[in-house]
Structure formats: structure tokens, C-alpha cells
Design a protein around this ligand. Structure first.
Ligand SMILES: NC(=O)C1=CN([C@@H]2O[C@H](COP(=O)(O)OP(=O)(O)OC[C@H]3O[C@@H](n4cnc5c(N)ncnc54)[C@H](O)[C@@H]3O)[C@@H](O)[C@H]2O)C=CC1
Ligand SMILES: N[C@@H](CC=O)C(=O)O
Length: 440
């Protein structure tokens, strides 16, 4: 049988990895897919660089639409990124009856409903294993491996850039900007790195996992998003003293009232595997009612790890494209007419525990006032740590830090209590609040 023909749109970090791995492992991949898979046409704005990557024998063009228009191409791989031209190209490829593979989590998290509906109507596949956690086959695990389960929650380190930044800052004492530049040099960061550091990229990924896990539409606009740019070094230090590490987590949970969908820095107990995931590595913990807790760990970014996931999708499509569309695995795991209308909850309804840091006047009665106010709001305290004033503000300091860990609390209740605490004259700076996930 002739090889299946693939057209690549964009041959940057992930595209070049995809080309190289496919070529290097072509024989083994063919034995698995039952048919050869060949990239025969590539579109990139930088045609000279693209031609240098693929060599002679592969047609390189600047116009991505020429790839879509080529009747020989069976599968279009979109590796350009972003919501602009990439969206148009993916929709045009679907309209032309091509199967699509993409690593573009931003596109699917924001426009997934439209794209999956178009693919369903046309009977083509849109595969996106590389869009979440790079080389880790988490989409396959959620959509197929765990299909027996009622998924209860997912929590993951799903942005390599921010995990790399947090690890390097803690271990090597490097500053934020230096480490971010290194993450960009290594090809981990998005074209716009604010997507990484402000938690947007992780929110794209957890939105996709949430849809697959709970059978709800992709709802990026309902996700709560906080990044790592406001994290202070002393909170990382205090967290360590209390037996925790701070990680940027994507969390989605099924609770009585609906679905939690959130990205924010979180304290994770140091003894948990997730707390020990370092550098650009990713890890996703999934809890299902039948299987219990499972963990998926691996490289979440970079050229060949991400290519590994792109090629897995190419093999899946090669195996399945002749099957009746109704017998393929649904894009979002659940059949489109069997989606759930569970609501994504506002943050005020989220229940979790918290780390609070209050910069207070170092005088008698302050601790009692603060804990009394929390108790009055029904917020139960798990631990309190008070630093020596000298340690916090230098010798003779009249200020100190009060660190409080709470038990589970409704976020809306905590917000009200924090507003009252902030108004106390003895509270001298904005209160720091970081959520805490026990992951058990
Ligand atoms: N870099 C990584 O580690 C990972 C990236 N991704 C996703 O993979 C996608 C690609 O990312 P990278 O390879 O890192 O990006 P990149 O910036 O390295 O490559 C993008 C390529 O697309 C080309 N391009 C831009 N506009 C074009 C157009 N109109 N027509 C044809 N070519 C065009 C650029 O010249 C460039 O070569 C993005 O959606 C990204 O979010 C997903 C997982 C990991
Ligand atoms: N910028 C992303 C790349 C992979 O999705 C990350 O840092 O994880």
C-alpha cells in the first residue's frame, strides 16, 4: 500500500522534531501503523529554513493553502500556533475532507466547539495528543485508558516553562527573567511567553482535559487563571519550611454543584510525587472512581517529546481513517449528543485549603485578633507560623510575618474574611493567599 501522505503547516520547534522522528523511526512506525507515513509537503513562511530541515525530495511552499488544496495529502498537521491563521487553516482543511493533527491547545481550548463540530459534520478526525503535556499520552489515557471511570479530579503540572522557572529559581537562586530567557532558548516557551507565565497555556490544557474527563464542552472562558509572576521568594521559602513546594497547577474537579476549572500556584505537600517534578517535566494526576489515583509523568515541552505525540496521532489516523466515523473514538471522549451540562463553578464556590501570609505589626494581641476573626468567619486553622521580627525586617524591626494554613474553606467565605483582615490597622501590606492542594 502507498504511504499515507502528510502535509505539515509550520516547521519550527515541533514541526522539525516531527519530521526528524518520523524519518528516523519510519520502519518501526510503518510496522505499527500497517502503512508508511510520509511528510511529502511542508508550508512555512521561512521556506529556506524549512527546506534546510527537510532536504531535497520534500516540496516546500510558503502558502499553507497550497498544502490543503493538494489532493494527494491525506492528513494536515497544523504546527503554526495561535488562534489566527491557524484557525482558518484547520477549518479549511476539515472542509476539504482532510484529517487534522494539531498541537495547538490555544486554538482548541478557545474554538474547540466549532472545530470539533465541523470535523464531526465532515466525518474527519482532529487529533490533539500533543496539545496537552507534550510527550505524555494523557489524552489517550483520559479518552480511552480510563474510559470505565467516573473521573473525580485531575491536577497537573502542565506547563514546562513555569515549572522550569520555579525549579531553577529555587535550586540555583537564578532570577525570573534569566530563567525565562533560557526556557525560550530551549524551545519550551510559547511564541508569546506571557501565555506561559500568566497561566494561560496551562488553562488551555486543563480546559481540554476537563472537557474530556467530564464530557462538557470546552469552556476556556470559564477557567480561573493565575500565573507565577506575583509569587514572592519568601513564600516559596516559608512553604518549604512548612513541608510544601509551590507548583503552578491546573486543577479540574467534579464536585456536588458542578465542575471546578482553575490554574494557580498551589502548595503541594513535599512528600507527593507532584511536588518533586522538576525542570520542564510535566506530571498529571488523575483520580477515577474505579482505578483510584494514577500518575502520568514525562517531558511536557520541546521538539522531539512533542513530536512523539504528534506522530502517535498520525499513526492513530492511519489505522482508523478507513473505519466508519461512528466507530472512531469521539474527539472529546463522549459522543457529541451525550455531552453533560454540568456547570463550571465560579471561584467563590470552590472549596480548598489556603496558605495566608500577613505582614503585621509586631505587637501583643495581633495574632489573637487575626485568628479570632478567621474563627468568627467559620474558617478553621490548620497551622500558624510566626517569624521573628528581626528575621523579617532586620534588627529592630517592628513588623513580622504571620503565616496561616487553613483547613478546607469556601473561597467566597475566605474572600470576605480577607477583606476584613486587610482593613485591620495592624495588617501592613496586601495579604498573600496561595491555594493548597493535598492531592489525596
Ligand atoms: N514548543 C513546544 O514545546 C510545544 C509547542 N506546542 C504547540 O505547537 C505549536 C507549534 O509550536 P512551535 O513549534 O514551538 O512553534 P514555532 O514558532 O517554533 O514554529 C511555528 C512555525 O510556523 C511557521 N509559520 C508561522 N506562520 C505561518 C504561516 N502563516 N504559514 C506557514 N508557516 C507559518 C513559523 O515560521 C515557524 O516555523 C503551537 O501551537 C504550540 O503551542 C505544543 C506542545 C509543546
Ligand atoms: N509552552 C509550553 C509548551 C508545551 O505545551 C510549556 O512550556 O509547557
Amino acid at each position: 500500500m502507498n504511504p499515507i501522505q502528510v502535509g505539515l503547516l509550520g516547521i519550527g520547534t515541533v514541526g522539525s522534531g516531527t519530521f526528524q522522528v518520523l524519518r528516523r523511526n519510519q520502519e518501526e512506525i510503518k510496522r505499527r501503523a500497517g502503512r508508511g507515513i510520509e511528510i511529502t509537503m511542508v508550508a512555512d513562511l521561512d521556506t529556506a529554513r524549512a527546506q534546510a530541515v527537510v532536504g531535497e525530495g520534500v516540496q516546500v511552499v510558503a502558502d499553507a493553502r497550497a498544502v490543503i488544496a493538494n489532493p494527494e495529502i491525506d492528513i494536515v498537521v497544523e504546527l503554526i500556533g495561535g488562534y489566527g491563521i491557524a484557525k482558518q487553516l484547520v477549518l479549511e482543511a476539515i472542509a476539504a475532507g482532510k484529517h487534522v493533527v494539531t498541537a495547538n491547545k490555544a486554538l482548541l481550548a478557545v474554538h474547540g466547539t466549532e472545530i470539533f463540530a465541523a470535523a464531526h459534520a465532515k466525518g474527519v478526525m482532529v487529533a490533539f495528543e500533543a496539545a496537552v503535556a507534550g510527550g505524555i499520552p494523557i489524552i489517550k489515557a483520559l479518552r480511552e485508558g480510563l474510559t470505565a471511570n467516573s473521573i473525580q479530579w485531575i491536577a497537573g503540572i502542565i506547563n514546562g516553562t513555569t515549572n522550569f522557572i520555579l525549579s531553577e529559581m529555587r535550586d540555583k537562586g537564578l532570577d525570573f527573567d534569566t530563567v525565562l530567557k533560557e526556557a525560550q532558548r530551549l524551545g519550551y516557551a510559547e511564541a508569546d511567553p506571557t501565555f506561559d507565565i500568566e497561566g494561560v497555556d496551562a488553562a488551555h490544557k486543563v480546559t481540554l482535559m476537563s472537557a474530556i474527563a467530564f464530557g462538557i464542552p470546552v469552556q476556556f472562558d470559564r477557567a480561573h487563571i493565575e500565573g507565577i509572576t506575583k509569587l514572592a521568594a519568601q513564600d516559596i521559602k516559608y512553604a518549604e519550611q512548612l513541608g510544601y513546594r509551590i507548583k503552578l497547577l491546573g486543577v479540574t474537579k467534579r464536585v456536588a454543584k458542578g465542575i471546578e476549572l482553575r490554574v494557580h500556584p498551589s502548595l503541594v505537600p513535599s512528600k507527593r510525587l507532584l511536588a518533586n517534578v522538576e525542570g520542564a517535566m510535566n506530571a498529571v494526576v488523575v483520580n477515577g472512581d474505579a482505578v483510584g489515583t494514577t500518575l502520568y509523568y514525562g517531558k511536557g515541552a520541546g521538539s522531539e517529546p512533542t513530536a512523539s505525540a504528534v506522530i502517535a496521532d498520525l499513526v492513530d489516523i492511519t489505522r482508523l481513517h478507513t473505519a466508519d466515523a461512528a466507530h472512531r473514538v469521539p474527539h472529546l471522549a463522549f459522543h457529541p449528543d451525550a455531552m453533560s451540562d454540568l456547570k463550571v463553578l465560579p471561584m467563590a464556590e470552590v472549596v480548598t485549603s489556603y496558605y495566608l501570609r500577613l505582614r503585621v505589626a509586631d505587637e501583643a494581641g495581633v495574632l489573637a485578633k487575626v485568628t479570632g476573626l478567621l474563627a468568627g468567619a467559620g474558617i478553621s486553622i490548620d497551622a500558624v507560623l510566626q517569624r521573628e521580627a528581626d528575621e523579617v525586617g532586620g534588627e529592630g524591626s517592628t513588623q513580622t510575618d504571620l503565616i496561616i494554613l487553613t483547613h478546607d474553606t469556601r473561597e467566597g467565605t475566605l474572600d470576605d474574611a480577607l477583606a476584613q483582615l486587610q482593613a485591620l490597622p495592624t495588617v501592613l501590606a496586601p495579604i498573600v493567599r496561595i491555594r493548597k492542594e493535598e492531592l489525596s
